[in-house]
Write a protein that binds this ligand. Structure first.
Ligand code: PEP
Ligand code: MN
Length: 351
């Protein structure tokens, strides 16, 4: 596939390209207040959802087409380019008719080839940049399939947004990033611009700055950051939105390392280490939960917590296993002893 740069006149193509704006348009004042503030920080690309895919019925499902007029006003008054999420052919027709400058396809839509094809057919003949979010599940082929459908409709200004992947278990992040997936996408489609959406990965505004930096270290092209004039009052995704001032501050602290190819490789390796460390911690947490259950069991069966002869034998077996995996046996013994001590403490606490 031969992509063309996203180019919108007047937008600096140097990374990071920043898209900011609220999760949802709520009122004309909220949209305009947020837009004026982010425009003052030099932001040129404004996002705002007007059709909101909600997990369950009954939530705020967006202001719908009424929001298009507010976005036209944003364009007129601030000069920013504006974007909405499209999920059906009608969304596409309405948005193009209203002069919306670029579109994105949401994660809940990318999972559905029928929906993506319907959007692609509606876009045929239009020349508008389209950003495609990853599907909610970690399926790279499905993501690439969506790109192929939009490309197949003749569009060439296509980018992707990495917004993390949903998981059944509650984790630190709302949508764990699984960075190796967008990295693999870049290997497969080296010319496609990649944006990171730290807001939907994080789920909490506190994690947004570090995710922005991580995306920059991995040489992402841009960031799409949910920004709201009063995040605590937002009608959707309140916990993950930041104020325009916070956005300005986060962007001012970003370090953009462009020096050479080496730093990119190093960042990717560091990222792989981060992923492994996260998994190690999750495994340790699971292990400690089981220790707590064992503590309760021993108590209810009148057994002592400590049966250390059993454990010295186990440590030796594990050290041998570690050695067979080229790990240093003493290192394995040290770690396991520490884990065992903590495990005994947890058992005593829960017994
Ligand atoms: C959004 O951008 O507000 C949104 C609905 O995101 P996602 O499709 O990533 O869940
Ligand atoms: Mn949102």
């Amino acid at each position: 596939m031969d992509f063309e740069p996203l180019i919108l006149p007047g937008v600096d193509p140097a990374r990071p390209i920043i898209i900011a704006g609220p999760c949802s348009a709520e009122t004309e004042d909220q949209v305009l207040d947020t837009a004026r503030s982010v425009a003052q920080s030099g932001i040129k690309l404004f996002r705002s959802g007007i059709w909101k895919p909600r997990t369950k019925p009954g939530g705020f499902e967006g202001v719908g087409t009424a929001g298009l007029a507010w976005l036209k006003r944003v364009k007129r008054e601030t000069g920013m380019y504006v974007a909405v999420e499209v999920a059906t052919k009608d969304h596409v027709f309405e948005s193009l008719k209203a002069g919306i400058d670029f579109l994105w396809i949401g994660a809940r839509t990318t999972v559905n080839p029928f929906a993506v094809q319907e959007i692609a057919d509606a876009l045929r003949g239009a020349d508008v940049p389209v950003l495609i979010k990853n599907p909610v599940n970690p399926d790279l082929e499905l993501w690439i399939g969506a790109i192929e459908r939009i490309y197949g409709a003749g569009l060439r200004r296509i980018g992707v947004i990495h917004r993390g992947f949903s998981s059944y278990e509650k984790k630190t992040f709302r949508n764990p990033p699984m960075w190796h997936i967008p990295i693999e996408l870049r290997r497969r489609l080296p010319d496609i611009p990649i944006f990171c959406d730290p807001s939907h990965i994080a789920g909490k505004w506190e994690f947004v700055p570090a995710l922005c930096q991580q995306a920059m270290d991995l040489k992402f092209d841009g960031l799409i950051i949910e920004t709201h004039c009063q995040p605590e009052k937002a009608w959707s995704d309140s916990a993950q939105q930041i104020t325009p001032d916070a956005l300005d501050h986060i962007l001012s602290l970003l370090i953009i390392r462009d020096a050479d190819g080496l730093s990119k490789d190093l960042s990717e390796m560091r990222c792989r280490i981060d992923i492994i460390d996260e998994s190690l911690l999750e495994l340790l947490a699971k292990r400690m939960t089981i220790s707590g259950e064992i503590g309760k069991y021993k108590r209810s069966h009148n057994m002592p917590v400590l049966q250390s002869s059993r454990y010295s034998e186990i440590i030796e077996r594990r050290a041998a296993l570690g050695e067979s995996m080229s790990l240093n046996g003493d290192f394995v013994r040290t770690i396991l002893k520490e884990i065992h001590e903590e495990s005994v403490r947890v058992q005593m606490d829960s017994a």
